[in-house]
Design a protein. Structure first.
Length: 269
């Protein structure tokens, strides 16, 4: 953190495939995981991989995405490849869909060569996630968001080993907040390593390596994540939960259910 209260992250930008040095203002009460190490930058080492050009590689020993992929890629791909072969999906896939199920504490991975041609690859247990059923509404509520999101950045210098950032709040979250007069929606929601979390999904280090390498290997940046309170393919949300939620949550859950039912499954875990 610098003298102006900014914390620096080296992120891969999912649209431009470049690394960006991002300064993020940090408030006293964070809306998500504190997912960065303090960084002091005063020089760069130039190295551009043949397969992809990056704007930033390494600064004073702090790693970039390409460095972490070189470090963990072989063993992560070795673990992932049998699942892709079993599903008859080429690796790396062009399309990736994660499904995070809060009540089931499960993260499912789907992939394929096109949005209309994806297959179930495998599932993982969520080791740590705070909050309960219901959407994230404000900074500091420690809720995991609910909705349809994208993975919009990667943090190779996470305090939680490695992490992928979810683009909460999305346009729907911001629209509902404006209607209700809510401010300070929070943010910094990640899928990361380790086993503890506040508003994020903690998956353990080896799973974080697999997911990080998988997303880095994806060349289309078509990486979505559906975050749902329950698996709507297998059950309905009890009425008591719906009655205690904002009025718009019913429409949100209908949309989530529709998206889940487009996926192949349900799967035997």
């Amino acid at each position: 953190m610098d003298g102006h209260g900014r914390m620096y992250w080296l992120f891969r930008d999912m649209k431009s495939n470049k690394f960006l040095l991002t300064a993020v203002m940090i408030s006293i009460s964070l809306g998500g995981c504190v997912d960065s190490d303090d960084v002091t930058l005063d020089g760069a080492g130039a190295h551009v991989p043949k397969e992809r050009k990056y704007a930033i590689q390494r600064f004073n020993g702090f790693s970039t995405v390409s460095h972490r992929v070189a470090q963990y890629g072989y063993r992560a791909r070795k673990r992932l490849t049998p699942y892709f072969e079993q599903a008859d999906v080429a690796y790396p896939p062009k399309v990736i869909v994660f499904v995070g199920l809060k009540q089931e504490r499960r993260l499912e991975l789907y992939a394929g060569d096109a949005p209309e041609n994806i297959q179930f690859i495998r599932s993982y247990s969520v080791l740590g996630a705070s909050g309960g059923l219901g959407p994230k509404l404000r900074e500091g509520d420690h809720q995991v968001p609910e909705g349809i999101y994208r993975i919009d950045a990667m943090n190779p210098n996470s305090k939680y080993h490695l992490s992928l950032r979810v683009n909460y709040p999305n346009s729907f979250d911001r629209k509902m907040a404006r209607i209700e007069g809510r401010r300070d929606l929070g943010g910094d929601i990640f899928i990361h390593g380790k086993a503890v979390s506040a508003g994020c999904l903690a998956m353990g280090d080896w799973v974080a390596e697999e997911l990080f390498v998988l997303v880095a290997d994806n060349t289309t940046d078509d990486v979505r994540i559906i975050l749902s309170p329950i698996d709507f393919r297998a059950k309905k949300l009890p009425l008591k939960y719906i009655l205690n939620r904002p009025g718009w949550s019913r429409a949100l859950y209908n949309q989530i259910e529709l998206e889940l039912k487009k996926l192949p499954g349900p799967q035997t875990i």
